[in-house]
Unconditional design. Structure first.
Length: 420
């Protein structure tokens, strides 16, 4: 009887492994986007780009970010820093690099801080192309020219890329797990970039480049003012309404270090958004992704049971091979997307458990308490933001768009004279 139960469990585990691998393979089929010299050649004309950087207590990152943006091999752009009332030296350090600095010390009721900062930056932007990027990013000199060229060539309204992740601390090992799961729930890059696959979408808030027309059509950050995962919600809206989304890996273009400061920073950063992401994800994608998570969690259990209870060595060998295959799969995914820490591979099941615990904590916080905390501020996000699609629109990327009448000529602002 004991061996019968072991046999049943073994069959279930084998099916789990097979289903997880088949789904991963289907989500990994893609046409590799090669950044050729054509993207580096001079554009017929350089569209004016407004680069908007929302900040709140970013003194450790802001100089590196703005300095890399200021050194772009692109002449026609402005940098707008939109600060949410930083209590450190963020604004002071930004002055030599930013063309405009906007300061709003208190986030209005009903807004998420980052969304508010992006919205205020947009109201002062004059570019036909808008780039929203975070303070913890660093940009290579050709990145802006390449992404602008790709945005125009692909004829899309929103281009987002995944920056190369500088994973430095052990607790940041959850970062690659998060993006790995994102690959699974999105269905893979090929589906995301296929306009016909309207339920395949993903975007990364670290780098989101828009045409002004598409941004206005979607409703901008004002439409998603109380969304805690505005990047994912934007991707969903753009894909379903405009069919004009392009997603790529930016490992040679942009670098990012998301949560190197502390375990708490990393914990709250993911806890505030993981459950919210499930509300926008098709259920079948969630189920398929969970098979891989449980594959990772149950792998050491399967090895242990095989070693202890089976007389034959074959089950033990097979479970070990299944675990090694899991590590190879993850390595092939993360290769080129970020730094590898040995701890990820040695303690991979524990990292999967960390992710699952964070997801469950996020669900408890957002579903039951209805609030979340980020950088000392308490928010009550709308988990339905991005789900309301009453109108289907089509995007003509070449159509003329009405300019915002509030835009004025850009000039460098001395923020020491600015009132808030």
């Amino acid at each position: 009887m004991q061996y019968l139960w072991l046999l049943i469990l073994g069959i279930i585990y084998a099916l789990l492994v097979v289903i997880a691998l088949i789904y991963y393979i289907s989500a990994s089929v893609q046409k590799k986007d090669i950044i050729s010299d054509s993207y580096l050649r001079s554009l017929p004309e350089e569209p004016f780009v407004s680069i908007i950087v929302p900040t709140y207590n970013e003194e450790n990152n802001i100089v590196k970010c703005l300095k890399s943006l200021r050194e772009q091999n692109y002449s026609n752009f402005e940098i707008i820093l939109s600060d949410g009332g930083s209590q450190d030296r963020t604004v002071e350090l930004a002055k030599p690099y930013a063309d405009q600095i906007i300061i709003e010390k208190k986030v209005p009721e009903g807004w998420i801080g980052k969304n508010r900062g992006c919205h205020l930056g947009f109201t002062k932007a004059k570019g036909d192309i808008l780039l929203f990027t975070d303070a913890d990013t660093e940009h290579t000199p050709d990145s802006l020219r390449i992404t602008v060229s790709m945005l125009l060539e692909k004829k899309v309204g929103l281009l987002s890329l995944l920056p190369y992740q500088n994973v430095k601390k052990w607790w940041e090992s959850i970062v690659p797990i998060n993006f790995f799961v994102s690959r699974l729930v999105s269905g893979g890059i090929a589906r995301v970039n296929n306009p016909k696959k309207r339920y395949s979408f993903v975007a990364v808030g670290l780098y989101m480049m828009w045409t002004r027309k598409a941004y206005n059509q979607i409703g901008g950050h004002e439409r998603l003012k109380n969304s805690i995962i505005e990047d994912y919600a934007f991707a969903r809206l753009v894909k379903k309404n405009l069919q004009a989304l392009y997603y790529m890996e930016g490992n040679k273009l942009v670098y990012a270090s998301m949560y190197p400061d502390s375990v708490k920073h990393c914990w709250t950063g993911f806890k505030k958004c993981l459950y919210a992401g499930t509300k926008l994800t098709p259920p079948r994608r969630m189920i398929a992704s969970l098979t891989f998570i449980f594959y990772g969690l149950l792998s050491p259990v399967a090895i242990t049971l095989s070693a202890v209870y089976w007389v034959s060595y074959i089950p033990l060998v097979l479970t070990i091979l299944a675990h090694l295959l899991l590590l190879v799969v993850f390595w092939t995914y993360w290769r080129g997307k970020g730094k590898h820490l040995w701890i990820i591979y040695v303690f991979f099941p524990i990292m999967m458990l960390m992710f699952l615990v964070t997801l469950l904590s996020s669900a408890i916080e957002l579903a039951l308490r209805k609030t979340t905390e980020w950088k000392g501020r308490i928010y009550k996000p709308n988990l339905q933001a991005g789900l309301n699609n009453n109108e289907e629109k089509s995007l003509d990327i070449n159509a003329e768009d009405e300019k915002d009448s509030s835009k004025t000529k850009v000039k460098r602002i001395d923020t020491s004279k600015q009132t808030t």
